[in-house]
Design a binder for this molecule. Structure first.
Ligand SMILES: [Mg+2]
Length: 177
């Protein structure tokens, strides 16, 4: 399984893995933002993340933004139902409403920029190129992974090397042009 193999290359170094929610573990398209209980779980990704969550050196976080603070309860309910291995204390959900409705990408980038470094390898999995781009601008040290890295067979068939931190940087640079 691809993500696990990728993480194993770091040996027993401590890894903190920040996982976006919409488009990575929950279907982004199906159901509106206000109907979170109808969001379809992306079981393939969830299964792979659950396996990774059992690696002793990996600490996993949900890293999500919500338009309104009312989204907190819905997102917690959804995670309790479909991906309970994301511990409550490891769910970072940022409300745009509480932050002058600023862009999710900027709020995520700032959160990570202020996140205390303790020597762990920091990795973000996010499906939104804008999030990856803004996080990169403020966080040179974070490894960025597109959600496709979770889908092992496809990534392998396409010889998709986006999983590599260095290559992802190239990808981000292309976006900035
Ligand atoms: Mg997303």
């Amino acid at each position: 399984m691809y993500l696990k193999e990728y993480l194993e290359q770091f040996g027993d170094k401590k890894i903190k893995l920040f996982v976006d929610m919409d488009g990575v573990v929950a279907d982004y398209i199906f159901g509106s933002a206000q109907d979170y209980d109808k969001k379809r779980p992306l079981y393939d990704n969830i299964d792979k993340l659950e396996i990774v969550s059992e690696m002793p050196n990996v600490e996993m976080f949900i890293f999500s933004a919500t338009r309104y603070s009312s989204g907190f309860a819905q997102k917690h309910w959804w995670l309790d139902t479909y991906a309970p291995f994301f511990k409550k204390e490891n769910r970072i959900i940022i409300s745009r409403e509480d932050n002058e409705m600023r862009d999710s990408s900027i709020l995520k980038a700032e959160y990570l920029a202020n996140y205390e470094r303790d020597g762990s390898i920091l990795i973000l999995i996010d499906d939104d190129p804008k999030n990856l781009k803004d996080v990169r601008k403020m966080n040179e040290d974070i490894i960025l992974l597109k959600d496709t890295v979770l889908v092992d067979d496809t990534a392998r068939k396409l010889k998709n090397r986006i999983n590599d931190g260095k290559d992802t940087k190239v990808y981000i640079k292309k976006l900035e042009k």
